[in-house]
Design a protein around this ligand. Structure first.
Ligand code: MIG
Length: 755
């Protein structure tokens, strides 16, 4: 019965033809995966542990330890407080995440101490025990204890101690609490299929990156292994990958520092065009040009500021990628031009899969040049997506990427401003089981060659890489803007991420706060959620609360499924429209500030949304998951409960000023604040200078509470909003003393904002 209902829902969602094909595909995939595992099992699943440490050699910046059972551990320091360990045998990762390999020399000592070996810098010491366990020390203090790993066939598993007070953050995209301890996560990019709820997973973009925090002591761990895997944080930490070498980066320090170093290793988000920080409207189901014009007019008529409208899959001709349906959009170029005049950019969605259709040039070219993924027998692999049977471009093949890049002109030449990459886990419809390609599907992996078990998690990442490079090359004077559903560590270099098909519920609103914070901790600075949730219709109150929260998240977009009723602001009544107008105006007013936060992301890898323990981690601040910092100086305390009339807000040290009414709250304590329907509580740090846009002028607002002392630094970044011209960074330090304020301003750069 349950299955039958699922089947019916499936048919409603994807159409009868595709629903029937799904059954065929699912059977095929199951057979292929069964065959895959039987081959893997035949290769043997003999269990190996390192055995006794037999030899240690000094290498550049580190050491290589050999163990009795032909297992090796390589230790290399990249910085004094950042070390890479690699257990082999197993293939080293294809270099997708890491962008830097020229680290300056670290003074590393390698010495034997009794029967163990110590490899150390001035700041961090690794002790290799004779059995293969490794202890990490800061001075005398043990900060991590890893047990000897086990190799079973080609799969590595390793456990490490999890101290009772340690909290875990990061892990890319998770539908969870902020502290992830107690959970187990699959490392396998997955389309949950139309809706997901609290603690459901894996989702589109889990990442093998986590921050362990233990009041003021912390470290970041990144496992550079793209294979299907698992990470769990129950009684102990356990990591497992079904193939590849076990390579791990360990970075010691507080959250700000380790995010800076992680993103030095894996790259940072480039500065976005300013328009992308404005408000986006989207809805799956906008049918044609008329719909786009109607939505733009709705925003205009209701005096609601808007920056972008998204075009979902229905703009294509029979869901063929890089085509435009000429009945629905007879003259897209004029449409984009008209919209541009109203200050609205258009974005189109783009899926990876290419319709199997011998009369469709993109399919033909892909076949002729072997750009698609193949089955182990060497045939073009065919999965199932919107257009029916479809081939999957192998984005891990540099030639495929080069070819695909050229195709973007079909959209960019029509005046499309940015691209939204969907379904790139990659997703293929199934009636049950894992909605992707069989593990045995073959990929190029930069010439190394391998299968889907290794390439799956970096598929979306490489689609984004192609898209980003395409936009750079085809439109060199403008900054690329891409949104992606899936990716891997480092995807922040190419695209923003959104949490996609989240259910429409208060629980979902709550997990949006912790989810976006954990993405930021994983190096993904720019992210957002579908306002109101994707899969259902939020009631008016939930819609308003979600809108108010989203205004203080990097990617600010209203979007929903085609199976839900219309959900533009005016669908929720006049009161909602009036409230949302104010929300949109606040966002607009804050754009110079948010732009500065974006610059910080591009310079330092900092997320725009930061957890409460960002500046000081006293163990208590890391417990707070219902408020956060937006940039350096705003403290946001969203309303996450239905009918809430008041809420607790904990203020960190300093003094805090209500963004709306100027009332002052002392830091280092908790207050109960009253809540109204028209806004969520937001506070500004006393001593902060916030750049805002008011009546198209730039104004600097100084927030200073009487009686606060000390010095606060604010940055303001400005440039023309797009392209690669001059810029200016202002550094303003405000010193508050008894009875007077000193303001010091320094500026660097050639761009002079028009005041
Ligand atoms: O199979 O393009 O998450 O935002 O509206 C669903 C249609 C495909 C999933 C995305 C969603 C988008 C929808 N897509």
């Amino acid at each position: 019965m349950e299955n039958f209902k699922k089947l019916l829902d499936g048919i409603k969602g994807i159409g009868l033809g595709n629903a029937l094909r799904t059954i065929i595909y699912t059977n095929r995939k199951k057979k292929a995966d069964k065959a895959y595992w039987s081959v893997v099992n035949k290769q043997g699943s003999e269990l190996r542990i390192p055995g006794k440490l037999s030899d240690v050699k000094v290498i550049e910046n580190g050491a290589r330890a050999s163990f009795q059972n032909e297992i090796e551990l390589e230790i290399v320091f990249l910085k004094k407080d950042m070390v890479r360990t690699t257990w082999t045998p197993g293939n080293l990762p294809v270099q997708y995440a890491v962008i830097k390999d020229d680290w300056s020399d670290v003074d590393v000592k390698v010495e034997q101490v009794d029967d163990s070996w110590v490899v150390s810098s001035d700041e961090l010491k690794l002790q290799i025990h004779p059995c293969g366990s490794v202890s990490y020390f800061e001075g005398k203090k043990l900060i991590r204890q890893e047990n000897p790993p086990r190799l079973e066939g080609k799969a590595w598993t390793q456990t490490a101690e999890l101290e009772s007070e340690t909290k875990i953050f990061g892990m890319g995209e998770q539908a969870n609490r902020l502290d992830l301890r107690g959970n187990s996560f699959e490392l396998w990019n997955t389309d949950p299929g139309g809706s997901y709820k609290f603690q459901e997973g894996p989702l589109y973009m889990p990442l093998p990156v986590y921050y362990c925090s233990n009041s003021n002591r912390g470290h970041m761990v990144f496992h550079e292994n793209t294979f299907k895997g698992k990470l769990s944080f129950k009684e102990e930490i356990e990591v497992n990958f079904i193939g590849g070498a076990l390579r791990t980066y360990f970075i010691k320090g507080e959250i700000k520092k380790v995010i800076g170093k992680l993103t030095e290793l894996t790259g940072r988000s480039p500065l976005p065009p300013l328009w992308a920080l404005g408000f986006h409207q989207s809805k799956w189901g906008y049918k044609n040009e008329g719909d786009i014009r109607r939505i733009a007019k709705g925003y205009l008529d209701n005096d609601l500021p808007i920056s972008v409208i998204h075009m979902d899959i229905d703009y294509m001709e029979g869901f063929r990628v890089f085509t435009i349906d000429s009945e629905r959009y007879p003259d897209l170029k004029s449409l984009t031009a008209d919209m541009e005049e109203q200050g609205i950019k258009l974005i189109t969605i783009l899926d990876p899969a290419v319709k199997v259709d011998k009369d469709y040039p993109i399919y033909q070219e892909g076949i002729e040049n072997s750009y698609f993924c193949t089955t182990p027998e060497g045939q073009t692999f065919k999965g199932l997506v919107w257009p029916g049977w479809a081939a999957f471009p192998d984005f891990t093949n540099p030639k495929t990427r080069e070819w695909w890049k050229g195709k973007y002109s079909a959209l960019l030449d029509e005046g499309i401003s940015g691209i939204w990459h969907d379904m790139n886990e990659p997703a293929s419809f199934v009636s049950d089981g894992d909605s992707t390609l069989p593990l045995s599907t073959l990929h190029n992996l930069e010439g190394k060659k391998g299968n889907h078990a290794e390439a799956h998690n970096v598929y979306g990442m490489n689609m984004n890489r192609a898209g980003y490079e395409a936009m750079r090359e085809l439109r060199p004077d403008r900054r690329p803007w891409l949104l992606t559903r899936s990716g891997w560590v480092g995807v922040q270099r190419y695209a923003w991420h959104w949490t996609a098909d989240i259910e429409s519920s208060w629980d979902a609103l709550k997990m949006t706060v912790s989810g976006l914070l954990n993405l930021g901790i994983s190096g993904i600075s720019f992210s957002g959620s579908d306002i109101g949730g994707f899969s259902g219709k939020a009631d008016t109150e939930l819609f308003i609360r979600w809108f108010q929260l989203a205004a203080f998240t990097p990617f600010f977009r209203n979007h929903a499924s085609c199976q839900t009723p219309d959900s533009e602001p005016w669908e929720y009544g006049q009161i909602a429209v009036d409230i949302i107008r104010e929300v949109l105006r606040v966002r607009e007013r804050l754009l110079p500030y948010i732009y500065t936060c974006s610059w910080q992301a591009s310079e330092f890898g900092f997320p725009l949304m930061r957890p409460m323990f960002w500046d000081q981690d006293d163990g208590n601040l890391s417990e707070i998951e219902d408020s956060f910092f937006f940039g350096d100086h705003l403290l946001v305390a969203p309303v996450l409960e239905e009918g809430q009339k008041e809420r607790d807000v904990y203020f960190p040290e300093g003094a805090w000023i209500d963004f709306y009414d100027g009332s002052v709250y002392e830091g280092d304590r908790e207050y109960i604040v009253k809540i109204q329907i028209d806004k969520i509580p937001v506070f500004v740090r006393s001593g902060a200078v916030i750049p805002v846009k008011e009546n198209s002028s730039r104004i600097l607002r100084l927030y200073a509470a009487e009686g606060t002392r000390g010095s606060t630094t604010s940055y303001i970044y400005s440039d023309s909003g797009d392209g690669y011209g001059a810029s200016m960074v202002e550094e303003i330090t405000v010193e508050q003393n008894e009875g007077h304020i000193n303001i010091n301003r320094m500026a660097k750069g050639e761009y002079y904002p028009q005041e």
